[in-house]
Design a protein around this ligand. Sequence first.
Ligand SMILES: [Zn+2]
Length: 298
Amino acid sequence: MNTRNFYIQYHNADNLQSYPFLETDYKTSISDLFLDNSIRRDSWISTRKKQVEKAMNDFCFLIVGKTENTKNYYLWSFFRMDEWNFHERDAFYEVFGNGFCFNRPILLNKFDEFKNFKQFCGNFGIGFQCINKQPFLKKLQSFAKKEIHRHKITFPSFNESLPLLEKKDIEQKKSNSIIALLNERMQAVDTQERFTKLNQLLRKDKEIVHALKKVANYRCQFPNCNANIIMKNRENYVEVAHIKPVKEGGKSIIGNLLVLCPNHHKEFDYGYLEIKKQTKKTIAGILNGKNFSINLIN
Ligand SMILES: [Zn+2]
């Protein structure tokens, strides 16, 4: 039997002034919230803890703390950590995996052992940490089991031996796989939503933009462009352009995004552009009298 490790990640709603995965105003009482409890692959947590690298294939509970009348702590979600991505710019790890939120966040304060558990977690000042040896883990597991049972699907159960990711897979944290994931996510985001869910969607857009720049090696994709603007961090400064403008319903997805230097970006936006061919792989046409053909990042 394969024993897995269990971790918690703490989300301090007071400090962050937000709930995980929700655009709901954090002033809304948690007791009024209903969460999407479908099993899904998602980006579950962000942390500065390098420890996550070793925690892949293990499980994590997300706990949210919020001052209501008193400081309340809620069990928010449960997931298996499958993949991480390190965001160099802000030095944090983003952890992806399969899991679910609890339909109604579960108030933990009232349970025996919670006080002890909270102490063990340094009043949750540690953020991401292993809780294998904590008696309260059983309580958390019992909630997760209930939910898994309700879903009646094969979710990585605690003792089930899962095929572990091979080492090369784990090391292959290439931007490409992240892009594919982000791309999948952006498919569902249309222009209307961008305006109504501004905060969340801008953030998501930022990720795919950042990932694309990285894959393009921070170089303008316009043929024979030698633009070279070096930033303090030694990366080349580039921008990401929407071929079909956002205001015309263009999405931030592969096939509609080009990594361009500022000059080519503005020329694309304001110049005379005639697109002759546009597929998921290529975009070709004439820009201000110059023929171009660009292989898109996939
Ligand atoms: Zn250029």
